[in-house]
Ligand binder design. Structure first.
Ligand SMILES: [Fe+2]
Length: 176
């Protein structure tokens, strides 16, 4: 209902692709949200190849560089995109989870933010499931389901998130 683990071979992602993405984005600043990009002729080869080989992407992507947020209230939100495909670039692993919450335990609130996502508050959010993005796999996630990043490590964590133009269920069919 919330996520599906994919092998790197399913998305034809090689170590060479990873090193090439790392060289482009290694100096990116840490933001509380992903840096959004449109896919253009000068975008990294791997990102253009993904777009050209799979008809599920909307022509944009984000790069996330994240850090420890354990001293903050987890920002539970839904994205302004139906689904995402998260692909590790550097130092992803234990110490950072994407956690999904039962919507019936949440109240939607309006907080202006650059990524146009919807935020939720709860006194007692009920967790439904979680995954850890590691360096050896990718994750398809249902970003219309309320979720939050919960990070306790100070890893220099960098990943690519491709934006999908189809629903999570349609993307599951694509990768079945
Ligand atoms: Fe999100």
């Amino acid at each position: 209902m919330c996520y599906k683990k994919l092998s790197l071979s399913q998305i034809a992602y090689t170590e060479e692709d990873r090193l090439s993405l790392f060289s482009v984005y290694k100096d990116m600043k840490q933001l509380g949200y992903g840096q959004y990009y449109l896919i253009q002729d000068n975008s990294p080869d791997y990102i253009q190849r993904l777009r050209d080989s799979m008809p599920i992407f909307d022509g944009s992507y984000s790069i996330h560089r994240t850090t420890d947020n354990s001293n903050q209230l987890a920002r539970i939100h839904t994205d302004n995109r139906p689904a995402g495909l998260n692909i590790p670039i550097n130092d992803c692993g234990a110490g950072c989870d994407t956690v999904f919450y039962n919507p019936s335990t949440l109240t939607r609130i309006i907080i202006p933010n650059p990524s146009m996502s919807d935020s939720y508050l709860s006194n007692n959010p009920i967790e439904e499931c979680r995954f850890t993005l590691t360096m050896d796999s990718a994750y398809l996630l249902n970003t219309h389901y309320p979720h939050a990043r919960v990070q306790t490590s100070s890893n220099d964590r960098l990943f690519l998130s491709m934006n999908l133009c189809v629903t999570y269920e349609e993307a599951l069919e694509y990768f079945h």
